[in-house]
Design a protein around this ligand. Sequence first.
Ligand SMILES: Nc1c(NC[C@H](O)[C@H](O)[C@H](O)CO)[nH]c(=O)[nH]c1=O
Ligand SMILES: CC(=O)[C@@H](O)COP(=O)(O)O
Length: 150
Amino acid sequence: MKQTAPHALVIEARFYGDLADALFEGVRRVFDARGVTYERIAVPGVLEIPAALSMALTASDDGRAEFDLVVLNGCVIRGETGHYDIVAGESNRAIMDLVVETGVPLGNAILTVENGEQAWDRADPERRNKGGHAAEAALAMYELAARFAG
Ligand SMILES: Nc1c(NC[C@H](O)[C@H](O)[C@H](O)CO)[nH]c(=O)[nH]c1=O
Ligand SMILES: CC(=O)[C@@H](O)COP(=O)(O)O
């Protein structure tokens, strides 16, 4: 396994900026406790996350970006139309395609919820702390990748 502390990329959708900040606080606490360094990039909405992840992975392949693991933060709240299904379903499908294809260690804290109350219950690091859980998941997958790399 790599001896230096891992470096993480956090991609966050700022459609609901306060929720993104709460999710990031959960991520930051885990990374700080585990000595993980990180950089944080923003996209407008969850629908933009797959393209940003694809760009980052391509840059990493070309040696233009360095990161060992990725955490995705965002929130999709159901509205009046079927747009929720597009934003939540299509983005997660594309993300999983990239994860399975590349094996990038990734934790997904993209909330898909019915209302703001559910969102805050999950984003708040003092409550369900989905950001922190995603950071732990990304680190677990990083350690698994290192084990298979020998
Ligand atoms: N409704 C939500 C969106 N919608 C915006 C899209 O993600 C996208 O930015 C837009 O369609 C332009 O391409 N985004 C969220 O992150 N959360 C939502 O609930
Ligand atoms: C998840 C969404 O895109 C949603 O916020 C859109 O709301 P609406 O269906 O009322 O347009």
